[in-house]
Design a protein around this ligand. Sequence first.
Ligand code: SME
Length: 158
Amino acid sequence: MAEDLTILKTASKEEKYQSIIPQIKALVEGEDDLIANLANVCAALKEQFGWFWVGFYLVKNDELVLGPFQGPVACTRIKKGKGVCGASWERAEVLVVPDVDEFPGHIACASASKSEIVLPFYLNNKMVGVLDVDSEYLAHFDDIDAKYLKEILSLING
Ligand code: SME
């Protein structure tokens, strides 16, 4: 496995995903340690997209608990239905939030965060957590992110 990523600086969002996906596939292929894989996925996404925060919350004892992430320190525990992450978990739905101030119950880990996307994360058809991505820009995420991030999550073993 090569440890250096090729990062596209000026490409479109789709081109960036199309470039980073095979690299993420190579990173996680053949590795069955979940935490190692989640950590590398966060690092690769942070390096390619420069998002404010990208990380996983994992289901533990009926709560979401902070997992591997890249970005500023974040809240460690989220209850089912609370915030965007807890809502995504409860509804088992991808949530794209263009303005976090408009989302009832949004948990502000950092005031700089303005928009957010949260996706359910499944292993062996069981929802085991969520991927949360935060941006300091309003309306930063859309269906393109949802499509490609889903694809990335489907590559992860553990
Ligand atoms: N904003 C999230 C909490 C997690 S942090 O953004 C890293 C939420 O409302 O669930």
